[in-house]
Design a protein around this ligand. Structure first.
Ligand code: 4AD
Ligand code: MG
Length: 477
């Protein structure tokens, strides 16, 4: 007898085949019909229990959430919607689930409730679909880079450098809390944090990735990233995963081409390989849309949105053009697109980004050539002396998905920039070395993985696309 997954069994048509299967009971109806799920697919397989030959005691223990081991025969299904079902010959309860206390009842639960039960929420259709898609997207990302000649590089998690120069770092320390080393004026000496060095959790692997790009040519990182910003929004996490490719001899235009091709490729991968999960999530969203007034409903379904991104060019617009568009448009009275007009030089807020992407262009937008003073120190200064070769990719419904740039490859210009921002050269001597020895044009970007998963699944809160979200309010699990 062979052990199969639900996904394998549903694809078979060998009636009479003797099989074994293990999984969790989703529902048990009429003392007869088990809907069994094992995580291999969004679908359940129906297992029909011969209740006359099964003990009362066993029947009572077949409850929602219980783990079971079933032996039986694959038979043609009498019900609609499924080709096959299992005629159970024996059932063993591997793990009971008390129906009085089991949190995941067979009914609709709110996402807030499920967040509090993050350890069990993948036993629901929505969260199992989202996490299978998350897994597939990770695979597609590695596949893309592997097929395009990139090396996968692991950058340090504990680091002394602040790659973004924004100071949003979690300190890492092994100081004795009771008896910390003190500075001359009696304060805790953070310089001693980590066996004599000041360290923090990485906010980006970019600077280290640059060093490898300048020897291996094309590299990427894909790892956990930490930001100590106190942002309680549906798009920010304290711990998230970032994908950062970095390529030698590539300029900003090449960086845009790479980002666009990469995103289209990974989204195509899930359209081809995760159809059932996407269709399930699409239907969930359509049902949700029906509860909204007509005017607020989305014009495209989830799968249509994915196809739209894959089939259409991203719009490339300079920061200066974007400011002109914002100035010449009337902010809509409807709250969503109501923004305060900005002068050239100001950073864009999410209302501005939403207006550009969702109202004006209605497609993904690559904004480039930002004012130097609102972007990080390492970006390549343009010939105008006031803008840098930066790019942000904005997505409808998400906002900023990607941040990247061509890097400043000229030693003297980089030193001046660091001096102006009070970044000590001693801290980044190794980074400056790259500009001393064999410097060259190079570029890269960072894509927030959870924001990509949000777009791909239609989930609207970032806490619902990562297994155990860490936010300023929650790091319980
Ligand atoms: O724009 P950011 O800060 O860029 C960098 O870190 C560069 N060093 C990347 C590079 O050029 N190699 O972050 C990149 C992306 C953002 O566009 C966003 O998608 C995501 O990372 N991100 C976050 N995602 C979730 N929670 C947060 N707190 C995030 N902060 C940034
Ligand atoms: Mg950014």
């Amino acid at each position: 007898m062979n052990t199969y997954t639900v996904s394998q069994l549903l694809a078979k048509d060998q009636f009479g085949l003797e099989i074994e299967i293990k999984g969790w009971v989703r529902t048990f109806r009429a003392n007869r019909f088990i809907a069994l799920n094992d995580g291999s697919t969004i679908n359940n397989i129906q297992c029909v229990v011969d209740f006359e030959n099964t003990s009362e005691e066993t029947l009572k223990r077949i409850t929602t959430g219980a783990a079971v081991h079933i032996k039986g025969e694959l038979v043609e299904s009498q019900g609609k919607g499924q080709k096959v079902e299992v005629a159970v010959t024996s059932i063993e309860i591997l793990g009971d689930s008390d129906p009085e206390t089991y949190p995941i009842q067979p009914k609709k639960h709110s996402f807030e409730f499920l967040r509090e039960n993050a350890h069990l929420r993948t036993r629901t259709n929505t969260f199992s679909a989202v996490m299978r898609l998350r897994s597939s997207l990770s695979f597609a990302i590695h596949k893309y880079f592997n097929e395009n000649g990139f090396y996968y590089m692991h950058t340090p998690i504990i680091t002394g450098s602040d790659a973004e120069g924004a100071g949003e770092m979690f300190r890492v320390t092994n100081l004795d809390a009771e008896n910390p080393p003190l500075t001359e004026d009696g304060k805790v000496d953070f310089k001693e944090d980590f066996f004599g060095n000041e360290t923090n959790l990485t906010v980006s692997g970019q600077l280290e990735a640059e060093t490898y790009a300048m020897s291996l040519g094309k590299v990427y990182t894909f790892g956990p990233t930490f930001r100590a910003e106190n942002s309680n929004t549906s798009r920010h996490l304290s711990e998230f995963w970032m994908i950062e490719p970095e390529v030698a001899f590539m300029d900003l235009a090449g960086n845009m081409d790479l980002a666009e091709d990469f995103m289209k490729s990974v989204l195509s991968y899930i359209l081809e390989n995760n159809r059932e999960d996407l269709e399930f999530l699409e239907k969930r969203l359509l049902d949700e849309e029906k509860t909204k007034p007509q005017a607020e409903r989305s014009e495209m379904s989830l799968i249509e949105k994915l196809k739209f991104v894959i089939d259409n060019n991203f719009k490339r617009v300079s920061y200066t053009e974007a400011i002109d568009i914002l100035k010449n448009s009337k902010p809509n009275k409807k709250k969503k697109f109501n923004y305060i007009i900005k002068e050239w030089g100001a950073d864009l807020q999410s209302e501005h980004e939403r207006f550009l992407v969702e109202k004006h262009f209605k497609c993904p937008v690559i904004l480039f050539d930002y004012p130097a003073n609102i972007k990080a120190f390492y970006m390549r200064l343009n010939e105008d002396g006031r803008t840098v070769r930066a790019m942000d990719i904005l997505f409808p419904g998400i906002g900023e998905m990607v941040g990247g740039s061509q890097r400043e490859e000229r030693l003297e210009v980089l030193k001046e920039k660091m001096a102006a921002l009070d970044i000590p050269e001693e801290e980044l001597w190794w980074y400056l070395d790259l500009r001393k020895y064999g410097t060259a044009v190079h570029s890269g970007f960072g894509l927030g993985f959870e924001r990509l998963v949000m777009f791909a699944t239609g989930m609207t809160n970032i806490r619902d696309v990562i297994p155990y979200p860490r936010t300023p309010q929650n790091a319980e699990f």
